[in-house]
Every structure is written in C-alpha cells, then in structure tokens.
Design a protein around this ligand. Sequence first.
Ligand SMILES: NC(=O)c1ccc[n+]([C@@H]2O[C@H](COP(=O)([O-])OP(=O)(O)OC[C@H]3O[C@@H](n4cnc5c(N)ncnc54)[C@H](O)[C@@H]3O)[C@@H](O)[C@H]2O)c1
Ligand SMILES: [Zn+2]
Length: 368
Amino acid sequence: MTQTPNHAIDKVRVNLGVRSYDILIGQGLLTNLPSLFPNVAQATSLFVVCDEHVQADAALVAKGFQNQNINVTIAVLPSGENQKCLESASKLFDQLVNIHADRKTMVLALGGGVVGDLAGFVAATFNRGLNLFMVPTTLLSMVDSSVGGKTGINHPKGKNLIGAFHQPAGVAIDIDVLRSLPDREYRSGLAEIVKYGMIMDAELFAFLESNAAGILARKPELLMHIIKRSCECKAQVVSQDEREETGLRAILNFGHTFAHAFETIGGYGSWLHGEAVAAGMVCANKVSLKRGLIDADTANRMVALLKAFKLPTEPPELSSAALLEVMRNDKKSVRGSLRFILATKLGAVALFDDVTEENVKGVLSPLI
Ligand SMILES: NC(=O)c1ccc[n+]([C@@H]2O[C@H](COP(=O)([O-])OP(=O)(O)OC[C@H]3O[C@@H](n4cnc5c(N)ncnc54)[C@H](O)[C@@H]3O)[C@@H](O)[C@H]2O)c1
Ligand SMILES: [Zn+2]
C-alpha cells in the first residue's frame, strides 16, 4: 500500500505478460498521476478525452501533467451512449492529427464506460496504437469497463460491433469523483458488484449484505474495499482469458443475456445497464432454482441484496416472444440453442447450453 499526502492507496495488478498494468484505487489521485505511474510520465504529450460532466476533474488531471511540462489537450464530449459512434471517433482522430500526435502521445480517457470505450478505440487504432490511460468516473466503469482492454464503438445495427482489444498502461480510480455521480448511476454500478459476488466471491457478497446502508451512503472505506475486490475478480478472469477465447470470460455475462434482451426490447435508455443486469440476474437465478442448481435461500439472498440497493428485481412487462427472439440472436447462442451462465451456488457459476425456451419463458413476466 502506498500513500497520497492524506490517504492510503490500494493496488490491483492485472497480469497479462508484457501488457500487465496496475490499477490504483484511492482518494486525491488526480493531480498526482505522473508521480503515481512512472510509465505514464514518459509521455511527451497527453490527449485527454472527457465527458462534459467531469470537466473539473479533467482540469485536475491536466494540472498534474502540466507540472511535469507535459503538453495537455482536452477534448470534451457531450454525455450519452450516442457518442460511441464513428463520427465522434473521427472528430477525435482529426484532433490528434491537428496536435501532431505521435507514438509518445498518450490518450487519457476520463469518464464513464462511454468515454472509456470510445477513447480506448481511438487509442487502439490511431497510428496503429497509442498508449492509453484510464480514469473511470462512474462506479460501473471503475469495476467493469476500465478493466480488461475491450474498446469499441456502436454501429447503427448493433452495440459494440466495431472495436479492438487494447490494454491500458494504467488505471487510476479516484473515489472522490463519485461524489458528483447521480444516485441512479451509482446504484446501477452496484449491480455489477453484486454480480462479482454471485459468480465468484461469496465473501464479497456477504460483505455487501452486511454493509448495504454504508455502501449506499458511499462511505469511502467501504467503496475502496468493494471496488478493489471487484477489480481483482475481473482482473483474475481477464488474465486467464484475455481475448474471450477459452470461455472463462463468459462468466462475466451472468444475467446479461436477459439484460441485453430487456435493454433491446425496452429501448436503450428506459433502464440503465445495471438495472437491466439486476433483473437479468434474478431471472437467471430463477432458472437455476428450477433446475435444482441452487436453493431458494441463495436466490432470495440475491433478491434481498438488490432490493437493499434499490435495484429492480422483476423482469419488465415485455413480450416474452420478442425477448426470446433477441436471446436467440444473442452472440452467445450457438446453433439456435440458448446458452446461459447459471449459478451453481453462491460464488460459483457454470455455462449451460441446454436451457430450453420454456425454461426462459417461465421466468419472464407472466403478464404478456
Ligand atoms: N469495455 C468494456 O468492457 C465495457 C464493460 C461494461 C460496459 N461498457 C460500456 O460502458 C458504457 C456504459 O458506461 P457507464 O455506465 O459508465 O455510462 P456513461 O459513460 O454514459 O456515464 C453515465 C452518466 O454519468 C455521467 N457521469 C460520468 N461520471 C460522472 C461523475 N463522476 N459525476 C457526474 N456524472 C458523471 C455521464 O455524463 C453520463 O451521463 C456502455 O457503452 C457499455 O457498452 C464497456
Ligand atoms: Zn454489464
């Protein structure tokens, strides 16, 4: 553990051979990035891509680099998923050309998953790859999208259709930035943390249960712990299956086949991603329960925890035929059979490719 002047800093190492990097988690990190990450201080210029809602944080980051005589350019993007498009990437490419970016220019993504995915994609492709540094500012991006190297933009016909794997040189998680995050966004991020508990860490799950009120109140010491543990979980999976080849990384999709269908049919924007994941995980557990993989107590514990975090625990009232149609086309389905990651106990999951459409229908809203 290292220190900034006033606070402890936790470290998670993502082991990926020559592409290994550190995630530092703490408070007051933003102005100190060059001293905290020596590899980053070697950049000769910095291109910060930030979300409009975190411009004050971008100014802090810039100050730290300017103090080291590193040239900083800041590109501010409007917030929203529709920024993850070719046009936005193209504008960023133009700016990189204008500042004569070269291999020693580093792209720093400061924002949620939208900025991380877009700026990451630009870094992966400009000049065949620029160094990338991540400063996630939503809870979801801290525990999920900034770890693992997936970058990408959307195509009008599909989300994340265009992209590349590009690991960052480092990730700085400064929990102070969460103070301004809207409550609903914060709770949506908690759903992914519940997911890590459910799929691989029963201790984390129990910690969330015991500290739900303090976590909702964003107590720093609790945030530090749950973010660190989540990053360790994701790093562990990613380091064993960096490019989604062995199937292990698929466990991170627990609840997501349902969630993607809810998001697609419900229209992106009606539910936040984490909200759809929460309801999706409940559906997945109902399938597990029916197959006798888990007991009712385990399923009920997850529902109670999601309720404590004020997240949805019922599927939306959408046509089950339409939802099934999306699930059939999901990239995780093979030759028409439905593949699901299902819990086998608290803290463990496995892949099942024999889930029938009747099983799925049985856990969707009975109303339609
Ligand atoms: N690459 C991956 O592995 C991966 C994993 C999961 C999700 N994602 C992607 O992440 C995206 C969703 O990310 P997200 O949930 O972070 O959404 P987001 O980036 O849209 O941010 C959510 C909202 O919070 C605002 N915001 C961000 N930080 C803030 C702060 N500190 N204070 C106040 N407001 C703030 C943003 O302006 C936005 O309105 C999706 O596009 C998804 O595909 C990628
Ligand atoms: Zn997710």
